[in-house]
Design a protein around this ligand. Structure first.
Ligand code: AHR
Length: 494
């Protein structure tokens, strides 16, 4: 059997992997809000119309923060049309996704949802059709106690106490020509800097994220990132990166390229981290800016279901069924950003319900946990803590992104003093993994919690979405069997 070695030294740490790395994203898109989190006609709906089964699944996933309300949607959104008495709100066009927006869920309803799910909001402001004034008014509405127009409106709407929203995004994907009011880096950098400055005048405690590149494939990457950072560095706290992976060109024969996606993400993060460093030095600044990977996932663009011509409210957009290999690639992406925990402080799985989502709802009522649900859930539990450098000695394979290791790993310290390694095998063969744990003192191997594809006969009814089962194996030594294409959470007490 093939052998692989993973070496971890307790003295070589990278940084702290925060809970905020396990955040997600809810957009007014497809059936994410209407027919997803909100469905008053559903038997499990609570008095506010939120589906209780969906909220339970979100808690089980361990989602820390939720970015809202977009996405592309936010660049045409007027939040003021979705506050006050619901029956007086008028529907508007959701130009980003060719849908109708009934405005039944707005800021106040979303904050109630956040409270119910125990998640924190990351609120995005509209820097497309909106601008500094609309953004500043929203900060006042959400965060101030003053007797001023927008803070007063919130009180009139039944919320005497400010929400105290800490995290804010300065628009969305402004580098893309698909974006409503897309801009050049110079134009956006200037608007973002001015808006950021004013938002912080309203509430100096808030943290702001500027839009970085929305893909490594963008022709403007990485100069976009440098330009917007140069314009806004003193006023912002994070720069956002977005990245979705698929089989290149949708060609499923290009499996090795898909498996190597993590190599590209690693390069993306390193490049932007270097750009932050460059601008910090250029500005002679003491201020730190971090990375928020606030949209990431696998997205098979050609295979998702979208009822594009239907301009309804609760109609499908980008509904993707994830198989086991998607969960494998997904897990390598988790390893990658956790291994950059010194610079990546926020990561949002895009999205949470129905659109590119770990949680799917059927209009009839059923809830389905997709293959990607399980590694996210385990990682949100076991990949929070001090991250150690891992050295993986294994075979490599060639890909469009360069040489890729066939085993990807991250090692994270646990609250009880132990360590958990997330080890993903991209090999079609079984592998014998030797763990070399240096400076950890006495080690007691505990268990391997693993996900491996069920053999055809063992597949649950319902097809690919149900083909993942969490299994556990007690460990007697630091040699661990890695099954073909498997996701392993290896737990050791130290
Ligand atoms: O998550 C779906 C869409 O992908 C978002 O609206 C946009 O930001 C990205 O292009």
């Amino acid at each position: 059997m093939k052998k692989v070695c993973v070496t971890v030294n307790r003295k070589f740490t990278i940084g702290k992997s925060e809970k905020t790395l396990f955040s997600s994203f809810i957009e007014h898109m497809g059936r994410c809000v209407y027919g997803g989190i909100y469905d008053p006609a559903h038997p499990s709906a609570d008095r506010d119309g939120f589906r209780k089964d969906v909220m339970d699944a979100i808690s089980e996933l361990g989602v820390s923060m939720v970015r809202y309300p977009g996405g592309n949607f936010v660049s045409g959104y007027d939040w003021k049309k979705a506050i006050g008495p619901v029956e007086q709100r008028k529907a508007t066009l959701n130009l980003a996704w060719n849908q109708l927006e009934p405005n039944k869920i707005g800021v106040d309803e979303f904050m109630r949802f956040s409270e119910k799910t125990g998640t924190k909001p990351i609120m995005a402001v509209n820097l497309g059709t909106g601008g500094a004034e609309s953004a500043v008014d929203l900060v006042e509405y959400c965060n101030l106690e003053t007797d001023t127009e927008w803070a007063e409106k919130r009180k009139e709407n039944g919320h005497a106490e400010p929400y105290g929203i800490q995290y804010w995004c300065l628009g969305n994907e402004m580098d893309g020509d698909w974006q409503i009011c897309h801009r050049t880096a110079d134009e956006y950098g200037q608007i973002a800097a001015e808006t950021a400055k004013m938002m912080k005048w309203v509430d100096p405690s808030i943290k702001l994220t500027i839009c970085g590149s929305s893909d490594t494939a963008m022709p403007t990457f990485p100069s976009w990132d440098r330009i917007v950072l140069e314009q806004a560095y003193p006023y912002i706290d994070y720069i956002s990166l977005h990245k979705y992976y698929e089989y290149p060109g949708g060609d499923r024969t290009r499996k090795q390229d898909f498996l190597a996606s993590y190599v590209d993400l690693d390069g993306f993060i390193s490049t932007v981290a270097s750009t932050i460093r460059y601008v910090k030095t250029l500005k002679r600044s003491q201020h730190e800016v971090y990375i928020s990977l606030d949209e990431w996932n696998v997205w098979h663009k050609r295979d998702c279901f979208s009822d594009r011509e239907n301009r309804g409210i609760s109609v499908a957009r980008e509904e993707c069924l994830y198989d086991f290999l998607d969960a494998v690639v997904f897990s390598t992406l988790i390893c990658t950003f956790v291994n950059h925990a010194d610079v990546v402080k926020i990561a949002c799985l895009a999205q949470l319900v129905n659109v590119l989502a770990p949680i799917m709802t059927k209009p009839s009522g059923e809830l389905i946990k997709q293959s990607i649900f399980h590694p996210f859930m385990l990682a949100s539990h076991y990949c929070v803590g001090e991250v150690y450098q891992t050295m993986v000695t294994c075979d490599t394979f060639s890909s469009m992104y360069g040489e890729a290791k066939e085993v990807v790993a991250t090692a994270v310290g646990q609250e009880d003093g132990g360590v958990c390694l997330l080890v993903v095998s991209l090999s079609e063969e079984e592998i014998s993994l030797d763990l070399e744990l240096e400076q950890f003192g006495k080690i007691s191997p505990k268990e391997n919690i693993f996900l491996a594809e069920q053999k055809a006969g063992e597949k649950a009814e319902g097809g690919p979405v149900e083909q993942v089962k969490i299994q556990k194996e007690k460990l007697e030594s630091t040699t661990v069997l890695l099954r073909p294409y498997s996701i392993n959470f290896i737990r050791l007490a130290c």
